[in-house]
Design a protein around this ligand. Sequence first.
Ligand code: OOG
Ligand code: NI
Length: 404
Amino acid sequence: RPGEALVGPTDLRSRLAAGLSALYGSEVPAYRTLVEVSQQVNAEVLEDRTDAQRLGSIDRVTAERHGAIRLGTPDELGQVACIFAACGMKPVGFYDLRDATPAIPVVSTAFRPTGREELAANPFRVFTSLLVVDDRRFFDERLEADLRSFLEARTLFPDELLVLADRAERGGGLPSTDADRFIELATAAFALSPEPVDRAWYTRLEAVSGVAADIGGVASTHINHLTPRVLDIDLLYERMADHGIEMIDRIQGPPRTDGPDVLLRQTSFRALAERRTFREADGSLTSGDLRVRFGEVEARGVALTPKGRELYDAEGIGAFPRTESELDAADLAYYRRDDVGALSPVVYEDFLPRSAAGIFASNLTGDGTVDRTRAGTTRDVTWLRSVIGRTLHDPYALYEAERG
Ligand code: OOG
Ligand code: NI
């Protein structure tokens, strides 16, 4: 109807994040515990520390989530880019996890809002990985061909969803009823499918890589984890044991120091067994377990400059000065200076490849098989940009712009 107000990208993003959170909470009950404990910890930190909201308002942090999804084809990535674009989420950064230990056969980017106000309103981000089906270190010619035909035959996102996404992006939003439908379809596209899993096909892929099986072994995608943000991850880590949830043995990322929080610290609980239906070789249906979805929590600090990041990668956090003014003076981290010269930190909004690989790895049951004597396929920023067909943002350029 003419004159009707549109639901814009910011609201669509908040609603998608909330919709996925409700979905994941219904599918993985331990996620609800993680969110509750995070909120308790955040409330305590808010009472204890006057600087608790220095890295984002409590409203932002309470709503803040990142999700992870894994896709099989460049077309699927292009489609998801369209859905996220409707929500004001743009591809930022390039991660190649094939060089990690153990090697994961994917390259990734993160879809997220980029401007200061958009981030403050809702910073929802999705770490999005794409299987590299022609990398010979993982897949031989036959498996590549079988993977391609399996992936080409599936449809992850219904046409109606893609049409609505496109309309939202072009028009800067959707009328209320269309917006409801868009959120309903987008959320459903990331639910765990009840469709039977072909046992032989899944097992064949799993022998190469659990991630390959998770992506190419089923005809749908799903939210792989959804991560709330916490203001004190050490405290949360201790608390989770009291709730009977066993976390992995460490917190990934820079250890806590008596200086400012930097970059990103994450920890997770191992994937829980979920009941799934399998189709056996003789056509019969059986029921079994798959462990693919888990829970993760994170704490965020100030973004490091290229110089700071180089120092962190080479020498670790121990080599850093302990005050914000020294970090700023040495150009190691990004700070914005206000009119009276006071510093405020620019929050790190991205991911860390080492932690990402660690998160993937902590949830694999086997190491899979990698033939390191073979050459990998080239995948880089230029390739990813052409596949997505949109600007692929450089995180450092965004932080630089934030610093002003
Ligand atoms: C993505 C793992 C990366 C993170 O927080 O570093 C990630 C995945 O498991 O698909 O989410
Ligand atoms: Ni994650």
